[in-house]
Design a protein around this ligand. Structure first.
Ligand SMILES: Nc1ncnc2c1ncn2[C@@H]1O[C@H](COP(=O)(O)OP(=O)(O)O)[C@@H](O)[C@H]1O
Ligand SMILES: [Mg+2]
Length: 306
């Protein structure tokens, strides 16, 4: 007997969800919840027929964030959206990391370039580190798109980095410059997944960036395949991630308790201390294939909200 009906929002290229999320549907059905994949930008959808909309694989929004944010507000005007529209708006642009930093949380040290500053090549160049590898990425992105890694000591790479940054800036995009934290090469990245504020599981993601951004190459995506495994978080990682989760009500407008889902991505800095690379509260992958029992926890977490 179905007591609730929910939409799992996805993108048109994944109309049946990503394979990883497919077990969610039977897990919810077992709890009396009818869940169906729905394409977020399908204009024919009446969102008011759903008791709730849960965002999953809406990955094509990064090229049109305004349209996506408008959609979140429209959905929220007729039903409940997880995570809420205010959270999505806050998390879409990596400038949220400044709020984490102001709250005393450790982030990857970042130089921020504003497109309105009309940076010329020389001024862009002056912001690069003098030695070591560094990363250029836009503040609005996902899946390592438009992201590149450069060697400061190699002149042609510095030129490529200038071109990369200037192309982003002239497209009106805000740019982040970070030193490449090379401990990620051995330790990898840790993704701590929380449902309703409780740690569900932790994944290890292998290092992804191996060189400069090359336009056109796999749609501007530059990555080795994401190599994911399950890991246990260190005590320090758990501490930082829990502090991030606890800080969100103070940082995000309209949030008064734990979110349905939060993924905190950490990498070790040069001293080995975990720092926040990314906080994912829009459409994080949870890698249920690797942690099948987490599907049950997520389904329980959703049901607890209905
Ligand atoms: N400063 C950095 N040091 C080391 N690796 C980085 C750094 N910034 C990004 N990366 C690598 O690039 C990937 C994508 O960057 P991220 O900031 O997570 O953006 P997104 O996942 O939103 O595209 C990360 O998973 C990581 O492997
Ligand atoms: Mg990431």
């Amino acid at each position: 007997m179905t007591t609730a009906r929910i939409a799992l929002a996805t993108c048109s290229s994944l109309p049946d969800l990503e394979a990883d999320d497919a077990p969610l549907i039977p897990a919810l059905a077992a709890r009396g919840v009818g869940a169906e994949p729905v394409v977020w930008d399908d204009p024919s959808v009446d969102w008011s027929v759903y008791d709730a909309v849960v965002i999953r694989s809406t990955w094509d929004y990064t090229g049109r964030p305004a349209e996506f944010l408008d959609w979140t507000r429209r959905v929220e005007s007729v039903t409940r959206l997880f995570n809420p529209a205010s959270v999505i708006a806050w998390n879409t642009d990596k400038v949220y990391q400044r709020a984490l930093e102001s709250a005393g949380l450790p982030i990857v040290p970042t130089i921020w370039l504003d497109p309105e500053q009309n940076y010329d090549s020389r001024r862009v160049h002056s912001r690069f580190p003098a030695f070591g590898d560094f990363v250029i990425k836009p503040t609005i992105s996902a899946g390592s798109r438009d992201t590149g890694r450069y060697e400061a000591g190699v002149t042609p790479q510095r030129s490529m980095a200038i071109t990369h940054a200037k192309n982003l800036l002239s497209a009106g995009r805000h740019v982040m410059i970070q030193r490449y934290l090379r401990n990620v090469d051995s330790a990898g990245e840790s993704a701590l997944v929380f449902f309703n504020g409780e740690l569900s599981h932790t994944l290890r993601k292998g290092p992804l960036l191996d060189g400069p951004f090359r336009p056109g190459e796999s749609e501007g995506v530059l990555y080795k395949d994401e190599v994911m495994t399950v890991r246990e978080p260190s005590a320090d990682e758990l501490d930082v991630a829990q502090r991030v989760v606890a800080a969100l009500p103070d940082l995000v407008p309209g949030v008064d308790g734990p979110l349905l889902y939060t993924r905190v991505d950490l990498i070790p800095d040069d001293e080995g201390n975990p720092v926040v690379l990314e906080l994912e509260v829009i459409e994080p992958s949870f890698f249920f294939t690797l942690v099948p029992e987490a599907v049950e926890r997520y389904a329980d977490a959703i049901v607890a909200r209905l």
